[in-house]
Design a protein around this ligand. Sequence first.
Ligand code: GLC
Length: 436
Amino acid sequence: MDEKVRKTEGDTSWFAKSRFGLFIHWGLYALGARHEWLMHHEEIPVGEYERRYFKHFDPDLYDPALWARTARNAGMKYFAITTKHHEGFCLWDSKLTDYKAPNTPAKRDLLRPMVEAFRKEGLHVGLYHSLIDWHHPQYVIDPYVGPYRNNPDKDTLNMKRNQSKYAQYLRGQITELLTEFGKIDLMFLDFSYIKPDGTGKGRKDWESEKLYETIRKLMPKIVLNDRLDLDEGWDIKTPEQFQPREWVKVNGQPVVWEACQTFSGSWGYHRDEMTWRSVDELVRTLIDCVSKGGNLLLNVGPTGRGEFDARAVERLNGMGEWMKRHDRSIYGCTQAPAGFTAPENCKLTYNPETNRLYVHVLAWPYRHLYLDGKAYKDRVEYAQLLNDASEVKMMMEEWYQEQQKRTGTDREGLALTLPMVKPDVTVPVIELFLKP
Ligand code: GLC
C-alpha cells in the first residue's frame, strides 16, 4: 500500500504482524446454547435468566491451557475473551458486582487462569467488554435492544435508572481489568447504536470521552477498537461478519483493520447451528484479509462444560496444518506493492522485511501460471513452492513472448511451470524472491 496507513495511538506494530487471532465468546448464554443474544431474542427477564443460567453455570471441563495450546497450534498470535457480554455476567471476580463467575457453581474467577495460560503460550492478550448491559439496574432501557425493549412499563422502570451511574460502573470495571491482569494488548468494546434520529446509545450513554481517558491513562499503548462512538482515539476498524472488498479506508486513508468472524453465525455456543464453514474457505478468508492489509479474528463459543466445540477444534487444527508450512506467507505480510497484479484465481501477500511475494493459488491451473506485468519480469529472481521449498521453474522471456504472439497479446511478464498435480495442501503457495 503506497498511501500512508493512518497513525494509531495504540501500539499496532505487533497486531499488524500477527494477522490471525482467536475471539472467545463465553458466558451464561453457553447454557442456553442458542445464540449469545437469547436474553434479547426471547425477552427473558433478569430474574428468570439468573434462575435458569446463573444458578447452573458450572464449566467442570474448563482447561484454559488446552484452549491456549489449540489456538497456538492453529497459528493464532493473540486472543480476545468476553470478560462481560451484553447479558452483564462477568467472568472475573469483580468487586463491583455479584453477577460473576465466583458466585456460580463454578466458584472461581475464570478469567485470570485464561489470561495466564494464553500469555504462557506466547499469545497477546485481548479483552472484549460489552458497553451494553441487560442486567445492570442503572442501565436505561431503550426500545432497540434488550429483554425489556418491548415492555410497556419501560418508562416507569427507567424512572429509577440513572445511566450515568451505569457509565461509572463501566469505568470502574474497565479499571479493574486494566489494573489487575497485567499488560493487556488489545481492548474490544462493543457496541454503540446511535440511530439517525439520535436515539439509541452512544458516547453520551457510555461517557466515552471519560472512558477513553481512563483506558489510555491505565494502558497507554493498548490497541483499541472503534465502537465507542468517538471520531478519534480508536486504533483499529473492525468489520464484522463480512469480508471487505479492499483495504479498509476512513476518509480515503487506509487504516489498521481486523475482520471479526464466526465459524457458523452465532458468537456464543450454538448447539443446533449447522452452517459451519470449511477449512478451505477459512484459510482463503485469512489469506484474503492479509492480501488487503488486514487481520482475521476468528471466534469460538465454548460450551457450558467449558470445552471448545469439537467442530471448531477440527477447523482450528485444519487451519493449523496449513499454517505449519505457510505461516511466513501470513505473519508480517501485507498487500502486494503496486505493479504486482494477482494472477487469475490467485491472491498475493508480501513481506516488506524479507522482500518476498507470495502467490496463493486458489485454483490449481494446468501446467503454467502467468504472472503478467513488468514488475514480475524485472523483479523476480527465484521461485519455489512454500510447502516443500521445491523450485518452480521460471520460463525464459522468449517463451513467454512466444506465448503472447500465439495468443495475439503483447503483455510483459513471467510464466511459471507448475507440477501437474496440485500439492496436497489446503492452498498451495508460490514464494517469489524479489530483487532488492
Ligand atoms: C456483534 C454481536 C455481538 C458480538 C459482537 C462481536 O456486536 O451482536 O454479540 O459480541 O458482534 O464483534
